[in-house]
Design a binder for this molecule. Structure first.
Ligand SMILES: [Zn+2]
Length: 194
């Protein structure tokens, strides 16, 4: 007797999308968009200094592609306060007008930049390392890493069963001169990702 033909279809779920607009394969102007189910978020928004362009050395990421695709991030998450991660926020955020989440030092630096640009800093929200928050289908947790500026964090992001670790900048230093050492056990416990 033939057994009935059973077709097992893979469970359908929307893809997780990633749109790197700066900082991948280059140093500077970090900006990455992630999208799930038409909900987009942005991670970092930095500038790049181009010494080979003396007339316009400060460059910000080109956002023509998300504009053409109608993508407007619903939230901006900052990993740390270096210029190549926050230096373009005052230029590009007005296009998005979304909440901005940053650790206390990065949030303070951003407020200064917003004041220089005569922008209200009401959208800038402080988040402490270790805290988690949600944006649409995304759940994000800020995980402390060691780097050359305090309160640098990786972002553990989850959406629709996908798990992504966006590290930002980091180094492994068990005795950092500033800030707390990273919690290795916490990062080991994240595996497996996607
Ligand atoms: Zn950095």
């Amino acid at each position: 007797m033939h057994s009935p033909r059973v077709q097992i279809r893979p469970r359908r779920r929307p893809p997780l999308r990633m749109l790197p607009l700066g900082g991948c394969g280059e140093i500077g102007m970090n900006l990455t968009l992630y999208g799930y189910d038409d909900h987009w978020i942005a991670v970092d928004c930095g500038m790049m200094i181009r010494q080979d362009l003396p007339d316009s050395p400060l460059q910000v990421p080109n956002v023509d592609t998300p504009k053409a695709l109608g993508i407007v991030p619903k939230a901006l998450f900052i990993t740390h306060g270096h210029e190549d991660h926050i230096g373009a926020v005052a230029w590009l955020w007005p296009l998005w007008n979304c909440p901005i989440y940053a650790t206390p030092l990065a949030a303070g630096l951003l407020r200064l930049k917003f004041a220089e640009h005569q922008l209200s800093s009401a959208a800038i929200q402080v988040i402490e390392p270790g805290e988690a928050l949600e944006s649409g289908p995304f759940t994000l947790r800020y995980l402390l890493l060691t780097h050359s500026i305090p309160e640098s964090c990786a972002l553990m992001m989850m959406a629709g069963g996908y798990r992504i670790l966006h590290t930002g900048d980091w180094k492994l230093d068990p005795e950092p001169l500033i800030g707390m050492p990273m919690n290795a056990a916490q990062f080991k416990a994240l595996a497996p990702l996607i």
